[in-house]
Design a protein around this ligand. Sequence first.
Ligand code: UDP
Length: 364
Amino acid sequence: MKYDYLIVGSGLFGSVFAYEAVKRGKKCLVIDKRNHIGGNVYCENKDGINIHKYGAHIFHTNNKEVWEYVNQFAEFNNYINSPVANYHGEIYNLPFNMNTFSKMWNISTPQQAKAIIDEQRKVITDEPKNLEEQAISLVGTDIYKKLIKGYTEKQWGRDCKDLPAFIIKRLPVRYIYDNNYFNARYQGIPIGGYNQIIEKLLAECDVELNVDFIKRRSKYNDIAKKIIFTGAIDSYFDYEFGQLEYRGLRFETEKLAQENYQGIAVMNFTAGDVPYTRVIEHKHFEFGTQPVTYVTKEYPADWQPGEEAYYPVNDEKNQKLYQKYLELAQQEKNVIFGGRLGEYKYYDMDKTIESALNLAENIL
Ligand code: UDP
């Protein structure tokens, strides 16, 4: 056999694994069905601005090892994500913190904010059963109505009463004046974009683009001793038990002949009647000073098989289905499934890298 590993998908998981394998003397072939490497961290540079083609990617981690790992491949700037929410033109700081509360209620102390939220959360008397109840019990009804309900229902395409409570727990609530969204020890954007990281990770591997493994199994199945599959786990098994659900996204990007469009990289549009969830102004990730700017509206979308899958819908029904695929996966001796799609997990970048490094440690 020509290769030790065939790695299907050149996103962060596949690329980190490939790098680690090559470092340990293995021969790797990486294939990707897209016409570029990098999966969803891929950037396109126009007019000196790195455009995050598949949605904003802001690196953040509490894991020092992972931070040092990525810093081998790029220098990171000091960008701190502190998005604002735009509700019908009213601007609020995120995540929910004293700046948000002060603007919402014209108050100034944590005690005043707590008193208002405690009063509003009285409507929830039992243990929260869904996202709506969880949100109200965390921040009260005003913030729920203006900053959570519309955004969340657009993003997931369902009523907040039909969504699991855990999704909202991703968002911190703080009674201090602090707009740092992720609250991670290490945070930043690679200066010059993400592509250089992937290029360096894959420098010593063979890479083939525009190859869809699922359609070309006969050619690629026996090309390597082992396969690392980072595509959707259900697609590998030809949807034998049915399809896992994902949320899709649609991006509309335009170039504007002005230096500064919205004054921030990420603006969330939280009203239900605005069809997009976010507007990204890419240059602000790298403090750009170009005379032009690129702006992307992000529209949540229903997902159909064959389209790019962005968010796994990790509700009970889908988790059960995933378990069935996982059992099949465990019977495949020479195939290992990894990454957001391979593991059907809402992984951030740092967790993806961590998981690829762990796999490398365990099997190489
Ligand atoms: N969320 C919200 N309002 C906002 C931003 C986030 O209600 O302005 C909630 C929403 O329920 C969403 C979750 O927080 O599904 C996670 O949002 P995040 O922006 O972290 O998602 P990602 O960046 O992964 O797309």
